[in-house]
Write a protein that binds this ligand. Structure first.
Ligand code: SD4
Length: 336
């Protein structure tokens, strides 16, 4: 089976095609995830994954990506990757050609170039226009706090406030940064073959107008995705600055290891974040090794995934939409 976050249908179809090159999809899960996600990066799927999206404060698009092998527990990750279009393939090269797990920034670009990747601008008309509009709107929204001049009304450069730091805890990135179906920027994908071999992967250009150098949850194992052949896998999307503090995909996999269903496991990942950040938005997809899956989400009304699975009747590749947890009302934190 192949499952991914948001409605990146083309990437899922391609991954499903790759998985079924051999009967039962045996041994192709890595190719399926890497090439399925690459398809999204190439297509700039829904104008939201890959190059030309989410410019940072300097107007540049940078990419985060990860691939994890649930048999060996090997991972390859890149973060803040500049000027290379196919981040998930670079992540695969980190996994297959080095003993490291993650490379970042300009050094990741140099590594990619040495592996044969092309150095090219990730900016497009779309990303340049978005950035110009942001500059024209006095750099609103942005991710600064406790600095001067006041980041709520003006652009930087900023300096740290000399007065004491605001005592209350930041609750979320704030509504102005909310990610929705039309401006999200991440794909998380899981593939399982007929031998229950699992790979999980992610790719994103992060949050728009992020401070240059910011890395989100997507390339962090246990945050953006996690896979373990003994149990299953999970992937997450949403506000990565908050998600990465709780490793929700590791939590979900560990919950399934402890006997929880995929639905309970995904919800455990989300509720752990909610316990601390009630203004949070995000989703966790959990899949057990048999290919049974569930999604939990918060902050949106509903959330969509794409699934190709022979376990269910109907078209092989389909979009499924779930209702998110209610925003108000009592939250049960028992067992979290
Ligand atoms: C990030 N988690 O960089 C990503 C954003 C995302 O759909 O999921 N967008 O914070």
């Amino acid at each position: 089976m192949v499952i991914n976050s948001w409605t990146h249908t083309e990437g899922n179809e391609h991954a499903w095609h790759v998985l079924n090159r051999t009967p039962g999809g045996l041994g192709e899960t890595r190719n399926a995830v890497v090439e399925g996600i690459t398809r999204c990066e190439k297509l700039q799927s829904r104008l939201s994954v890959g190059y030309g999206g989410s410019p940072d404060e300097l107007g540049e698009t940078t990419l985060d990506a990860m691939i994890m092998d649930g048999a060996t527990m090997d991972v390859g990750c890149v973060a803040g990757l500049r000027r290379i279009k196919y981040a998930i393939r670079v992540a695969r090269h980190v996994m297959e050609h080095t003993r490291h797990s993650m490379l970042v920034g300009d050094s990741a670009t140099e590594f990619a170039k040495s592996m044969g990747f092309r150095d090219e601008s990730l900016s497009t008309r779309n990303s340049t226009d978005l950035w110009q509009q942001w500059i024209d709107s006095k750099c609103q929204p942005n991710f600064w706090r406790n600095v001067y001049p006041d980041p709520k009304i003006t652009c930087g450069p900023y300096k740290p406030n000399r007065t004491s730091i605001t005592p209350e805890k930041e609750n979320s990135v704030g509504k102005e940064h909310t990610i929705g179906p039309d401006n999200h920027d991440t794909i998380g994908m899981i593939a399982i073959d007929g031998d229950n071999h699992i790979h999980a992967g992610t790719s994103t250009n992060g949050l728009s107008y992020k401070i240059s150098g910011r890395v989100g949850d997507s390339p962090i194992p246990g945050a953006g995705a996690y896979a373990d052949n003994e149990v299953g896998a999970a992937t997450a999307t949403g506000n990565g600055d908050v998600l990465m503090r709780f490793l929700p995909t590791l939590l979900a996999v560990e919950a399934m290891r402890a006997g929880k269903t995929p639905a309970q496991a995904a919800e455990i990942g989300i509720r752990r974040v909610l316990k601390h950040y009630t203004n949070f938005f995000g989703a966790v997809i959990a899949v057990n090794r048999l290919g049974e899956y569930a999604v939990s989400c918060y902050g949106w009304e509903e959330f969509s995934i794409v699934v190709s699975s022979p376990l269910k009747s109907g078209p092989n590749t389909r979009i499924e939409t779930v209702n998110c947890l209610p925003r108000s009302g009592p939250i049960d934190f028992s067992g979290i």
